[in-house]
Design a protein around this ligand. Structure first.
Ligand SMILES: NC(=O)c1ccc[n+]([C@@H]2O[C@H](COP(=O)([O-])OP(=O)(O)OC[C@H]3O[C@@H](n4cnc5c(N)ncnc54)[C@H](O)[C@@H]3O)[C@@H](O)[C@H]2O)c1
Length: 342
């Protein structure tokens, strides 16, 4: 990327998510919003220049100035595949909102289209850019917790008032199913899940998942659209203590195991449980996760092989785990995932 040439980006879908992408593209010095597509118009008043709005992707691509360098796909999940097809065919790099697609079949088709077109692509699993989770992972990888036993996530709150084409498992819980693997360090091996439908919609609105990663770490996720308060908590428990990230406030706290002097009495040591030790809340540099995500994507577009983006294959893996969760809830059985494919 020429350091003085902002990348030209477009946003498809100016809804709850797309409007934030458009806001950043209109204010970031290294990016420029050159167009937006939404057949419903600019309902949230996001665009500074109304002339940037198009009703169709074809309109965007035919606009004076030519196709953008990249586009953010923030249309409803069921429509990701169609959007990627049109953009990739025009040589436009794509940042696809999470989940990458509504089914594993569609996710594979997205991967095939992108490969065939030779464009660069990533999935917007924006939680990976949350400063609390970035620092949590860095500390886990540096060995602060020793061996990791458990990754547990909680993501509950009221139903966001918008039409949904998928249930809470593929919509919200895909954040968690991506995070447990990213933090726990290996792919998901098996899951057991319960879901509930309480709001009378077609899809589930609550899920409880327990599972295991290939590396032996156990995980759990509690995710719903039914709780009267919003909680976004991820904790990683290991042999030396527990790290807890609150991604609403981007706080990271370390609960250290109590340091009890070794007495030279091995049998007693084996029986003794963990004691409460010091608690530390870290001072973190807090940058907006979506800005960090878009900067990483622009680095990828510019050819940086080290760009910290989420690959389409990882996005596919997450959708496959979500499908296993739904299968488990439907059958009452634990569902094993196929070993990570090359
Ligand atoms: N990363 C996150 O944290 C996060 C959060 C919310 C949503 N999302 C994802 O973002 C995507 C959009 O979700 P949302 O909550 O913004 O939905 P939304 O319903 O608020 O907005 C979707 C917008 O897309 C428009 N649209 C529909 N079909 C279109 C098309 N073919 N071309 C262009 N625009 C079209 C709609 O008119 C609407 O304005 C979903 O995939 C969702 O899973 C991600």
């Amino acid at each position: 990327m020429g350091s003085h040439q902002p990348l030209r980006g477009a946003v498809l879908g100016l809804g709850m998510m797309g409007r934030h992408h458009a806001r950043i593209l209109q204010s970031h010095p290294a990016m420029r919003l050159t167009g937006a597509v939404d057949p419903g118009g600019d309902r949230h008043g996001t665009l500074r220049d109304p002339a940037l709005l198009h009703a169709t992707v074809a309109g965007l691509l035919a606009a004076p100035g030519g196709p953008p360098d990249f586009a953010v796909v923030a249309v409803p999940t069921e429509e990701h595949l169609t959007a990627v097809r049109e953009l990739a065919a025009a040589g436009v790099h794509v940042l696809v909102e999470k989940p990458v697609a509504a089914t594993t079949e569609q996710a594979r088709a997205v991967i095939d289209l992108v490969r065939a077109a030779g464009v660069r692509a990533a999935v917007g699993h924006v939680e990976r850019c949350n400063p609390a989770l970035v620092d949590l992972r860095r500390r886990v990888q540096a060995g602060q917790l020793g061996e990791v036993f458990v990754v547990a996530t909680e993501r509950v709150g009221p139903f966001p008032d918008r039409v949904r084409d998928i249930g809470v498992v593929k919509d919200l819980a895909t954040h968690d199913l991506d995070l447990v693997r990213w933090l726990g360090g290996s792919p998901v091996q098996r899951v057991a899940a319960e879901t509930q439908h309480r709001m009378g919609r077609e899809h589930e609105d609550l899920v409880l998942v327990t599972g295991r990663l290939e590396g032996g770490v156990a995980f759990s996720s509690v995710v719903d659209w039914l709780s009267p308060t919003k909680v976004r908590r991820t904790r990683v428990l290991g042999e030396r203590g527990m790290l807890v990230a609150d991604t609403l406030t981007a706080d990271l706290t370390f609960y250290e195991n109590g340091q009890v002097a070794t007495t030279g009495w091995p049998a007693m040591q084996a029986m003794r449980g963990v004691a409460e030790g010091d608690m530390t809340r870290y001072a973190l540099t807090r940058r907006e996760p979506l800005v960090v995500e878009l900067e990483a994507f622009c680095a990828l577009v510019a050819g940086d092989p080290g760009a910290a983006t989420v690959t389409l294959e990882e996005g596919l893996e997450t959708v496959a785990v979500a499908e296993a969760v739904l299968a488990s809830a439907a059958t009452g059985e634990t569902v094993a995932l196929a070993p990570a494919a090359a």
